[in-house]
Design a protein around this ligand. Sequence first.
Ligand SMILES: [Zn+2]
Length: 513
Amino acid sequence: MMITTQTDSESAFFAKTKLLPCLRESPGTRDIVAGLGRDDITKEHIITPAMFIQIQGPSLSGLQSKTIHYILNDEMWRWKKGTMAEILRRANAVRNKKVLSVSQGGEQIANEYGESDWDEWGAWWHQGTQKIFHVQCPHCEKYFSPETRREDDGKFILCWDETPETRNIETKEWNWKAVRQTVRMQCPECDGVIENRERVRRELVQNWKYVQTNFNNSPGHESFRYSGYTLWWRDWADIIESFLRAKDSLRRGSIEELKAFTQKEEAKFWTIKDKEIPIVNTKGAAGYRVEDYDKGAAEEAPQINGEDQRFGFADMQKDRFPVCIRAFGGGGSRLVYCEELQKIEEVDEAVKHYGLKSGAFALDVGNWKSDALDFCHQYKWSAMRGRDINNFTKTRGKRATLLVPYQRVIEYMTGKAHHVKGQKIKVLEFSNTYFKDVFSRLRAMEEHQIPDDICQLYVDSMESETKDSKRGIWRQIGKRPNHYWDCEIGITFMAFLYKLVGAPEPETEESSH
Ligand SMILES: [Zn+2]
């Protein structure tokens, strides 16, 4: 028998904390294990007179050619492509072999030809019968799959109420206690309500069956799916709360939480369609104009409803400075200023006119030879630079490497504008890929607005770049003007630093791979 765990470092841990205690306590194996010597029972293998059990990670380094009848695969979604084929090759010649693979949902990815392709686990699962766990409605006695919403018509099965009591109309914040109380299931066939009580949940999952959805399965290959809602001891309110939090996170431009929810709670596969960047009509009709936020000669610049913070960003061109200012608050944002200015002094005036706080205005410092660093020093603006990479790495401890979307670097000022040569300045470098993804999602939402009188150059700028699905990098289409686009990306980055948009936690990855 061969057991392959999700990572190499996990296999010893799995053997020690799960497999061995289980074998030591099960009546069928207790006596066999007790009779084994020290060499027979290790973190890598268990050798009994009747069976050899190999425990390993997916890199398969320690595997020799042994006869294998039973294969157990754990959390296959984390495996590199080709691992499953390699494992099966070890057992190909064996008759009556049995393979059991258990995992959360996997992911659809773009292959080298730019077509959609399942990851290894996804391909494996889809070759099977694709049986879906169904429960019987206590009202109409029809069967349905308990999940947040039905796939074919998008009808919600797990329901909650969105009312002024459960969600603040202004701030869009949920009252968690109130909304949790409204959580219930609704049969998609008869709309009958199934209450979220332990006894009801327990009864519901007692009448179940698997419904096969693929009849062109490879022979002998069964695959199953059941979601977190099929475990009667799990409070549906917990699941819905994490769903609503994931949707909130999506409104902030981050898809990470929704992806985790889909794969872990719903046990579904994350598809290319799920992560698609929406195409939007940029010409906005949000019902306001740029001049509404111009203070004129007044003391203070007008704020948007529930304003938290406003950010400005200037792109630096040879002869001009495209500048955008966007105000965030009330669960959304508004672009309040968008101009091309000729002189650096005019940029400074705009920053003051719109009441931007210290650090909330940034200049794209581009390459290190420009005068931009000197301007940042002189006007006390933040120095920023977008880079065409997915993320930066940050080492934490011995093993773990953190993938983060930005980094701080210290640079010497080398420009000749203000004779401050030799002085150091802090520059924030951010991942263009990450923040272009976030901004693309934000601008597709009605909460993130542009004025009705937006200039054509801004509109053109929004259509100036496209994401290369093969390489996963954004690139300019021909020579389309993209300066306002760059300004918006810089602003998105600043809003991220203030935790107003994007994922709250950076991704972690093991460095051993
Ligand atoms: Zn029903």
